[in-house]
Design a protein around this ligand. Structure first.
Ligand SMILES: [Zn+2]
Length: 107
């Protein structure tokens, strides 16, 4: 005999911020592959062509203060597609004398 008592309850809809499309800030290419996430359909925050592809580009500068009890920050970022990374940003960085940091991961 179960001692558990259950009842049905409704959860009020909640509003949340979701990315629905990403556009490259350099060439305008759009990323619009949608996937289920957090109860809704959102664009993936990467440029992979297939569902399990990982193809993320992060170019951002975060500044602010971080204390044990809290903090604040301002993030300045660009959305850049893989083609612009390969043909514009990477060549430009190398032309300035920078070499990329390359790491690999398995999980
Ligand atoms: Zn681009």
């Amino acid at each position: 005999m179960s001692r558990k008592t259950e009842t049905r309850r409704e959860v009020a809809p909640r509003e949340y911020k979701a990315t629905v499309e990403i556009a490259c800030d350099l060439c305008g290419a759009k990323r619009s592959q949608m996937m289920e996430s957090g109860g809704g359909m959102v664009a993936r925050d990467d440029w992979g062509k297939e569902r399990f592809d990982v193809n993320e580009i992060t170019i951002e500068h975060k500044t602010g203060m971080s204390y044990p009890e809290g903090g604040d920050s301002i993030t300045t970022a660009f959305d850049v597609c893989p083609a612009c990374w390969d043909t514009k940003l990477l060549p430009w960085m190398k032309s300035q004398g920078a070499e990329p940091h390359v790491t690999s991961s398995d999980w």
